[in-house]
Design a protein around this ligand. Structure first.
Ligand SMILES: [Zn+2]
Ligand SMILES: [Zn+2]
Ligand SMILES: [Zn+2]
Length: 345
């Protein structure tokens, strides 16, 4: 876009101001950057950030179980269609799970895990209630040593090591199983020892929202950076189901419609779309071509209402880099000296 002289002057000021601020924010950046460069050319352009949020609801029916402790069983009557049970839909975009026991779907059956006994065999001792003693290795006795001192006829003494068998404190090489306390079985975890299970149809409702984003931009600024700044809001619509009508410009509309198609193409028939919101912003960008000292010409960008800067090839503050390098080498020198001293003594 070509600019009028006054507009050019104003944008030049804005760019310089943004650059000066930016150079203060980084330690290695050249301070007062905006005032130290020669701006050769400024072009103003726009990027578009597109955001589409969609709220969905998905329903899943599974068979739920719980131990049966007795009592009434809801197994008579016609059960409602799980996909038509009314559940308060979200008012705004949210992630929420709801679980509903579907009426009249209960039944009681023998626990398949323990065949109704309420107990399962201990896998540690294989049901025997005993395990091999780790002290004696199952033999029931242990080798012990003692030092024996003998005195010869000539009066000299000598000592030797003597081995002997000592019976172990276990019971014939076996000890009570520590996992089942000697019982050989565990309470069945599926039925909690009841031997019977109550099962029922369980409806799980998952409220989920998905955010789709796209950026339309012709500059070198990474899309992720443009997505973080604000611009002029062109579209901010919320509908039950947004339609693909012409909104901004051909290019922007194509991008927005692609997101809409993606959001509305639901392969799972059990998923319902509740509502969606489309938000499009126009982000203002200044592209500046500049020179610094005798270095080759470079480009930089000032973008967004926040006046963010993207200057990938901007000169660094060599004074500060040198300072840090000197500091690091001095520190290494001190460490080296200390290590050398500690090894001498
Ligand atoms: Zn033992
Ligand atoms: Zn056991
Ligand atoms: Zn069981």
């Amino acid at each position: 876009m070509t600019m009028q002289p006054l507009e050019l002057l104003r944008s030049k000021e804005k760019v310089q101001e943004a650059l000066n601020r930016w150079s203060q924010e980084g330690f290695f950046r050249l301070k007062g950057f905006g005032d130290r460069i020669r701006i050769e050319k400024i072009v103003s352009c726009s990027a578009y950030t597109i955001m589409l949020k969609t709220q969905y609801e998905e329903r899943i029916v599974t068979r739920g179980i719980e131990p049966y402790y007795g009592g009434e069983v809801d197994d008579t009557g016609i059960s409602p269609d799980p996909y038509s049970i009314v559940i308060a839909p979200p008012a705004n975009f949210e992630k929420r799970d709801e679980e509903i026991r579907i009426p009249h779907t209960e039944s009681v059956e023998t626990c398949s895990e323990c065949s109704g006994s309420g107990h399962t065999r201990c896998n540690f001792c294989f049901g025997s209630g005993q395990t091999t003693c780790s002290w004696c290795g199952g033999s029931g006795s242990r080798s012990q040593s003692r030092t024996v001192t003998t005195t010869n006829s000539d009066g000299t003494t000598s000592s030797s090591t003597e081995w002997y068998q000592e019976s172990c404190s276990c019971f014939g090489g076996k000890v009570s199983c520590s996992s089942c306390m000697g019982s050989g079985q565990h309470t069945c975890s599926r039925c909690q020892g009841q031997g019977r299970i109550r099962s029922f149809d369980l409806l799980t409702v998952l409220f989920r929202f998905i955010k789709l984003e796209d950026v339309l931009d012709a500059t070198d600024i990474p899309d992720a950076l443009l997505g973080k700044v604000s611009g002029e809001v062109l579209i901010d619509e919320r509908e039950e189901r947004l339609s693909k009508s012409v909104r901004v410009s051909d290019e922007v509309d194509v991008r927005a419609n692609t997101l809409l198609s993606k959001s509305q193409n639901i392969p799972n028939t059990r998923t319902v779309l509740h509502f969606q919101r489309l938000h499009i912003e126009q982000v203002g960008i200044y592209e500046a071509t500049y020179c610094y000292k005798e270095y080759p010409q470079q480009r930089l960008w000032v973008y967004g209402a926040e006046g963010k800067v993207y200057a990938p090839n901007a000169p660094k503050s060599w004074g500060r880099i040198l300072l840090v390098a000197l500091g690091v080498s001095a520190l290494l020198g001190v460490i080296g000296y200390l290590v050398f001293q500690s090894q001498r003594y």
